[in-house]
Design a protein around this ligand. Structure first.
Ligand SMILES: NC(=O)C1=CN([C@@H]2O[C@H](COP(=O)(O)OP(=O)(O)OC[C@H]3O[C@@H](n4cnc5c(N)ncnc54)[C@H](OP(=O)(O)O)[C@@H]3O)[C@@H](O)[C@H]2O)C=CC1
Ligand SMILES: O=C(O)C(=O)CO
Length: 310
């Protein structure tokens, strides 16, 4: 006999692995994956990855939608205000990929300071005798500036301690212990050998690191961005790499994604990853778990653990 319960339809958008979502659903819940399928119109819940844009046009195609669940934190590509206007909450998963990103920051930083990419090429290409020409550095004793002292920023600070890095932090919205707090971005940049960005992308933060701010960094500083691509003016960063004002740049995120090729991608002092630092195997599993749970909670009339502010 056919079930009397109308199935609740979930859709996974933007390379969210179905194998991770399906076990989290109940018997009367079904997952579809094709964003163009006619079934999209029937979707009750959308589980959405960071680089997937949820705008009016997509919302129009999902008139039955009751919840959007972002696998992660940043909601810069989700029109939260419009979703809320339609009565659709946007669930987020704070903390689910905090450790993944914080570790990713150090992967970038160490790769740059220890020159992993050029040294790999050198050994691979049998150029051993050129190794003296590559200057490898340490983290110990240098200063790491953290812009944005939220979950990821604080985790980065904890890891930094183990490297005997000194830490500075700037975040006008967070409590920061006195000895490490900076009152302006400029104060932080002037005192930091390495700077890492952990703020959301907002209109106010667009090109937070522009030509003037990059010039305000210590000469030869290293800049890491595992937050959002729009935070850095890449043309300015390229000029700074060419002049030596920046000795290294690590990017996990781009604007837009996927990015068009930028000339700085070819620079030897650059490390690039394709927005995967939060989406490690564990980060992906945790974010999908928490997003699916949040969506199921909303459909069941329960309060989800976290929703995005418009
Ligand atoms: N590469 C990846 O895969 C991932 C990237 N991210 C990115 O990392 C960002 C940070 O994540 P998370 O630490 O969890 O977020 P949190 O909200 O915990 O921390 C961000 C902090 O930055 C503050 N802030 C906002 N604007 C500024 C500013 N102009 N200067 C200094 N501080 C500011 C925020 O204040 P307030 O709360 O008042 O806004 C908040 O305290 C996310 O927004 C996302 O874009 C996150 C996960 C994975
Ligand atoms: O959590 C986020 O905002 C990410 O970018 C990872 O998906």
């Amino acid at each position: 006999m056919a079930s009397l319960i109308t199935p609740q339809i979930f859709v996974a958008l933007g390379s969210v692995e179905p194998d991770l979502v399906e076990p989290l659903l109940a018997e009367h819940q079904r997952l579809i994956q094709d964003p163009n399928a006619d079934e999209l119109a029937a979707a009750d819940a959308a589980i959405v990855r960071a680089a997937y844009r949820v705008d009016r046009e997509l919302l129009d195609r999902m008139p039955a939608l009751k919840v959007i669940a972002r696998t992660g934190v940043g909601t810069d590509l989700v029109d939260v205000a419009e979703a809320n206007r339609r009565g659709i909450p946007v669930v987020i998963t704070p903390g689910s990929n905090t450790a993944s990103v914080a570790e990713g920051v150090f992967a970038h930083l160490l790769a740059l300071v220890k020159k992993l990419s050029p040294l790999t090429s050198l050994v691979r290409e049998g150029r051993w005798d050129q190794r003296a020409g590559v200057v490898v550095g340490d983290l110990e004793g240098f200063t790491l500036g953290i812009i944005g002292y939220g979950r990821i920023g604080r985790r980065v600070a904890r890891i930094a301690e183990a490297f005997d890095l000194k830490v500075l932090a700037y975040d006008p919205y967070a409590e920061i212990p006195d000895p490490i707090r900076c009152n302006t971005v400029e104060e932080l940049l002037a005192g930091s050998d390495f700077t890492t960005l952990h703020v959301p992308l907002t209109a106010e933060n667009h090109h937070l690191m522009d030509a003037v701010r990059i010039e305000a960094m210590k000469p030869g500083a290293v800049l890491i961005n595992c937050s959002r691509g729009g935070l850095i003016d890449l043309d300015a960063a390229h000029a700074a790499l060419e002049s030596g004002q920046l000795s290294g740049l690590g990017l996990d995120v781009y604007d837009p994604e996927p990015p068009a090729h930028h000339r700085l991608f070819d620079h030897e002092n650059v490390v690039l990853t394709p927005h995967l630092m939060g989406f490690t195997r564990q980060g992906m599993a945790h974010t999908v778990r928490d997003a699916a749970k949040g969506a199921v909670d909303v459909l069941a009339g329960r309060q989800p653990a976290a929703v995005a502010a418009p």
